[in-house]
Ligand binder design. Structure first.
Ligand code: NOJ
Length: 770
């Protein structure tokens, strides 16, 4: 790291300011639900029987599927024993069930319908990891706002979004669903999504957000989904919980408990998480929903003796609603009758469910206007926004000799790779209408189609797809979707494909290879032990590179991959992630220079899977970095990332200069202002993302070598300069002290860096005194 003279003396001034964050945040918080909703909920509660109250804590499956539910929830709904229904996207069925609840149940309490509206409804936006790559929370907020409008029009009032799990390990398949490895960036994206779905205040237009998976899920051992997480409290507080708290402070109405064991206590029965942190420290007033079957699975974990014990452990931990397992339905009444759980406590658990329903306007307008659904879902502005966002999310990883942008005058282009024309993959996984099989309602544009459209009929655009890479095990939803896995190609088939791609390359002016992972290779239960490009993709790439034509690799994937070979031999690499419905057009926009790639990596990009977990904000070791001797490194491989966190090229160049601070020394509790000038030094307009990193040199705990504490994405014309400012106050400087178990801002010296990625070298420093 860059060092600076110890201007302020070396006395370890460890007097610290204790920030009583929890009390302050709980006290200062606005009420989550309106007082009108509270009053109505309380008066309704007085009329409810115990069974009806417990009914509000039951979220039933709306679909009948082996492993999910044996029958429709109709009877339970009529008895008032269903508070919410999930997994339905058929608006007619939603209305049918709602009629049962509102017209046939004793108290006419409407159902709250929930579904995973993760990255759009019919218009599918880039996957969340891609949206985080935009480093533009306003973009994500707009996308989620549009998704919320679509969802409400289609009868969904509750989304199981945002997924804010920090992921430091690309083997973990769910890294695609979140904002990557960084708590600061993750918090910004979390906040934006909550505001996008709910707005500033919950109302009849809002979709109730559900922040998940609370918490520590991304730290699964070995990156294997569902495996235990062991995360000490200081790491939870300083890293893993940060985006959750940001979402809570933005007004998120609900949280979802995670599946895994956190420090030996399953998250869905974890009192520390659900009550001590969430409710007592943060003052959360909303409701906690379990993940699917997670209450019942407290038994599978070896934590609960039987379903009754599971219900007891979940409800007393602070979990309001049971998703899909009906463990509450069958056991809570007995627990109350035996006096193990008081009815007053059940009342507290039920109130936020009712309050949410009142504020979301369900009592006034329980039904959906079926005639309007498609008009809303097919709005052209949705597609226009999606194309824009997709372009803003792409990250240019390599561009030797200005290979990109390509000329629009090209006459012969070969487009190769199994993802080049795959409508199944361009939108990524976990889409509302495609979840249980292709819906045929959206019309995704592939990269092949996008390039053809861009070049027009004068150009010859040849497609050689190659075999679809297969998984060793079928994906979570493969059976439901009827997907059949093809076996890997035989040596003869492989040779045949190689001959075909070579011929296509020989006949082309430029080759665009679209490669990566099929969408079902990431997501839930989709962890990987290697990060290679699966199947024969790399062989195909090597074959076309040998043809001597300019090659551009467009990656479609949900996690960083092992692209060591490509990073040395392929002149241009564009990370497109899964860019969504208009993805192919958006890729063409970037490839042909209509859009400057301004996205930056939200993760450190490893060379090989063996480097994982890999993250930039690690602590210093006892030996300074980059010294010969006993440094922390592998002897057989460079242990640094291939591309650092925050990295991304552009078609122009930027200069960062004149880093200054408003104070050389300041008291704890004050705010320092960082300023930096950013100039577009190239010849085309482009977007820079200015990033500010800090490091506390010493104190009551070792602090990360660098941590992001500010960023801004700005558009600059050639030659244009902007001065950007960032505050460094208590919120940026504080940390959870593992020794005192308190939030502190300590008297110490701080390094500040500003620049275009986490390796930024422009440096300044300041001191915090008491
Ligand atoms: C399980 C997943 O872990 C969670 O993310 C999702 O929201 C629920 N299923 C409901 O579909």
């Amino acid at each position: 790291m860059v060092t600076m003279p110890l201007k302020w003396g070396s006395r370890l001034a460890l007097l610290c300011v204790l920030l009583v964050m929890a009390a302050a945040s709980a006290a200062a918080q606005d009420a989550l639900f309106s007082s009108a909703a509270k009053q109505k909920a309380e008066s309704l509660l007085k009329q409810m029987t115990l069974d009806e109250k417990i009914g509000q804590l039951n979220q039933a499956s709306g679909i009948v599927l082996q492993g999910l539910a044996d029958e429709k929830p109709d009877n339970l709904i009529v008895q008032g024993r269903v508070g919410s229904v999930l997994w339905l996207n058929d608006v007619h069925e939603i209305n049918r069930l709602q009629h049962l609840a509102v017209e046939k149940s004793r108290l006419h309490i409407p159902i709250l319908f929930g579904f995973d509206v993760i990255h759009g409804y019919r218009t599918v936006f880039p996957v969340p990891l891609a949206m985080a790559s935009s480093w533009d929370p306003s973009v994500e907020e707009r996308a989620q706002h549009l998704a919320a409008e679509d969802a409400r029009a289609a009868g969904i009032e509750w989304t199981f979004t945002p997924m804010v799990d920090i992921a430091r390990d690309a083997r973990w398949g769910r890294i695609v669903e979140g904002a990557g490895e960084d708590p600061y960036l993750g918090a910004a994206m979390a906040r934006a999504q909550v505001l996008g779905f709910q707005g500033e205040h919950m109302g009849p237009e809002s979709v109730l957000a559900c922040v998940k998976h609370f918490a520590g899920y991304g730290a699964a051992d070995g990156g294997r989904d569902y495996d235990s997480s062991y995360v000490p409290e200081e790491l939870m507080r300083n890293v893993y919980l940060v985006p959750f708290h940001a979402a809570e402070q933005a007004g998120a109405g609900s949280f979802m408990s995670a599946y895994m064991d956190l420090n030996d206590v399953p998250a869905s029965g974890n009192h520390w998480l659900l009550t001590d942190v969430l409710r007592k420290d943060w003052g959360f007033q909303g409701l906690v929903l379990s993940d699917a079957f997670a209450v019942q699975n407290l038994q599978t974990h070896g934590y609960a003796k039987d379903p009754e014990d599971a219900a007891y452990k979940a409800i007393t931990a602070g979990l309001n609603m049971d998703m899909a397992s009906e463990t509450y339905t069958h056991n809570l009444a007995k627990l109350v009758k035996e006096g193990r759980v008081s009815e007053t406590y059940i009342d507290q658990m039920v109130l936020p469910v009712l309050e949410a329903k009142y504020d979301l306007g369900l009592f006034d307008h329980p039904y959906v206007d079926e005639s309007k659904v498609n008009t809303v879902l097919d709005r052209p502005e949705g597609l226009a926004l999606e194309r824009k966002l997709a372009g803003r999310s792409m990250v240019l990883l390599r561009n030797e000799d200005h290979t990109l942008p390509l000329s629009k005058g090209l006459k012969k282009v070969a487009v190769i790779g199994p993802l080049a024309d795959s409508t199944q993959d361009i939108e990524g996984g976990w889409t509302v209408e495609g979840l249980f099989g292709p819906s045929g309602k959206s019309h995704p544009v592939t990269v092949y189609a996008g390039i053809k459209k861009m070049l027009g009929s004068d150009a010859e655009v040849t497609l050689v797809s190659g075999p679809v890479p297969s998984r060793l095990y079928p994906g979570l939803l493969d059976q439901l979707k009827g997907v059949k896995m093809s076996p890997p190609p035989t040596p003869e088939e492989t040779a045949d494909w190689i001959t075909k791609v070579k011929a296509a390359a020989a006949n082309a002016d430029v080759v665009v290879a679209v490669m990566g992972e099929t969408a079902d290779m990431n997501g839930e239960a989709a962890s990987r032990a290697t990060l290679n490009m699966p199947g024969i993709q790399e062989q195909m790439l090597e074959a076309v590179a040998a043809a001597g034509k300019p090659v551009v690799l467009v990656l479609e994937n949900g996690r960083p991959l092992d692209i060591r070979w490509a990073s040395e031999h392929v002149p241009a690499i564009l990370e497109a992630w899964y860019p969504g419905t208009e993805g192919g057009d958006a890729v063409a926009d970037v490839l042909f220079g209509d859009v400057d790639p301004g996205g930056k990596l939200p993760v450190s990009w490893p060379r090989v899977a063996g480097e994982e977990p890999l993250y930039y904000n690690h602590n210093l070791t006892h030996e300074p970095e980059d010294q010969p001797g006993f440094t922390s490194r592998y002897w057989d491989m460079n242990s640094k990332p291939l591309y650092p966190f925050g990295y991304g090229l552009s078609y122009t160049t930027f200069q960062f200069a004149n880093l200054r601070l408003s104070k050389a020394s300041m008291a704890a509790g004050d705010t320092n202002e960082v300023s930096v000038d950013v100039t577009n030094t190239g010849s085309v307009a482009g977007d820079a993302v200015a990033q500010v990193y800090i490091h506390q040199r010493y104190g009551s705990a070792s602090r990360p070598v660098r941590q992001l504490e500010g960023f801004k994405r700005v558009s600059l014309q050639p030659g244009e300069k902007k001065t950007l400012t960032f505050p460094l106050g208590s919120h940026e400087l504080h940390f959870w002290d593992p020794q005192t178990k308190k939030w502190v801002v300590e008297a110490s010296e701080f390094d500040v860096w500003a620049g275009g990625d986490s390796k930024a070298s422009l440096h300044a420093g300041f001191a915090v005194t008491q």
